[in-house]
Design a protein around this ligand. Structure first.
Ligand code: NAG
Ligand code: NAG
Ligand code: CA
Ligand code: CA
Length: 319
């Protein structure tokens, strides 16, 4: 039903009201017939859409639209986030009208609208003029969700991280200060498609999907080990261990987080195996998040238990 609605609205749009451009990372928008003179009595709105997690950046490369006071006759109007970013006419480099110059237009959200409007003629002092219209290029730029968190003036309606926010190209994720419990990262459903699940045997192996071949993109996995009270879990990672990494930023793309009794034992990535862990706990969760790209081989661990009397521990604070 929903799909049907989308199809119908797409067809309706193509019939002339507006032209949605399918989500792409870059592209161009021109006036009709560009670089030939544009038609009179024309109005169209082009909707540029980029994927979630990106914003639209647009620049005019050629601009030649009938100039007028207040751009009353012919104009290009740029808008985004329900705000007008300007109404333009004239020629790049000319003082007549209001040409956009080399200005870069940037949206907050994933959409930018370009309305092109022309009146009934292109005449000046009785001479018919030929204006070529415009050529603009756009591309998707990363939205730094973590920066907008510090800048409350921006009206990005993103769920925000309570503790640490990590930006990456096309998205972001939240994490906790070490020693506290993770509340589901914003926007991330812990999906079940991870062979995730509950491990209750006293020992076993757990690995990322497809290991040792590259793991899939966009995972939100939660592997939980629960053994009887009084038993304590040991975890040893095997070779190869490989998770997408960054030289300056700590695990911005993909990461494996380990929690024991709700306490964060660390966030791991790169090609260095985590140390052998004596968790002093009978409950361990491994959260594995991946972004949309990469070809690292993943991880595999062997866990064992031994019995040791454990003091009753309080759980970490929810962050
Ligand atoms: C039209 O007339 C105005 C003033 O009469 C003049 O400034 C302008 O240059 C003329 N434009 C053209 C294209 O001849
Ligand atoms: C992971 O799964 C365990 C067991 O179901 C649950 O207690 C824990 O809260 C989950 N972690 C997250 C971050 O959802
Ligand atoms: Ca005109
Ligand atoms: Ca981002």
């Amino acid at each position: 039903m929903w799909l049907f609605f989308l199809l119908v609205s797409a067809l309706f749009c193509r019939a002339g009201v507006s032209t949605p451009i399918p989500q792409k990372l870059f592209g161009e928008v021109t006036s009709p017939l560009y670089p030939k003179p544009y038609p009179n009595n024309f109005e169209t709105t082009t909707v540029i859409t980029v994927p979630k997690g990106y914003r639209v950046k647009l620049v005019f490369w050629h601009f030649d639209v009938e100039p007028s006071e207040g751009c009353f006759y012919d104009y290009v109007k740029v808008s985004a986030d329900k705000k007008d970013l300007g109404r333009f006419c004239g020629q790049l480099g000319s003082a007549l009208g209001n040409p956009p110059g080399k200005k870069e237009f940037l949206s907050q959200g994933t959409k930018m609208l370009l309305t092109f409007h022309t009146d009934f003629s292109n005449e000046e002092n009785g001479t018919i003029m030929f204006y070529k219209g415009f050529l603009a290029y756009y591309h998707a730029v990363d939205l730094d969700e973590c920066a907008s968190q510090h800048n409350s003036a921006e009206e990005v309606s993103q769920p925000q991280c309570q503790h640490l926010c990590h930006n990456y190209i096309g998205g972001y994720f939240c994490s906790c200060h070490p020693g506290s419990t993770l509340v589901t990262p914003s926007g991330a459903d812990l999906t079940a498609e991870c062979s995730s699940g509950l491990y209750t045997e006293p020992s076993g192996y757990i690995s990322s999907l497809e290991y040792p071949r590259p793991y899939p993109p966009e995972l939100r996995c939660n592997y939980s080990i629960r053994v009887e009270r009084g038993l304590t879990l040991h975890i040893k990672f095997l070779e190869p261990f490989e998770i997408d990494d960054h030289q300056q930023v700590h695990c911005p793309y993909d990461q494996l987080q380990i929690y024991a009794n709700g306490k964060n034992l660390g966030e791991f990535c790169g090609s260095q195996r985590p140390p052998d862990l004596d968790t002093s706990s009978n409950a361990v969760d491994l959260l594995f998040f991946t972004d949309e790209s990469g070809d690292s081989r993943g991880w595999k661990l062997h866990y064992t238990t031994d019995s040791k009397y454990l003091p009753v521990e309080s759980l970490g604070n929810v962050c």
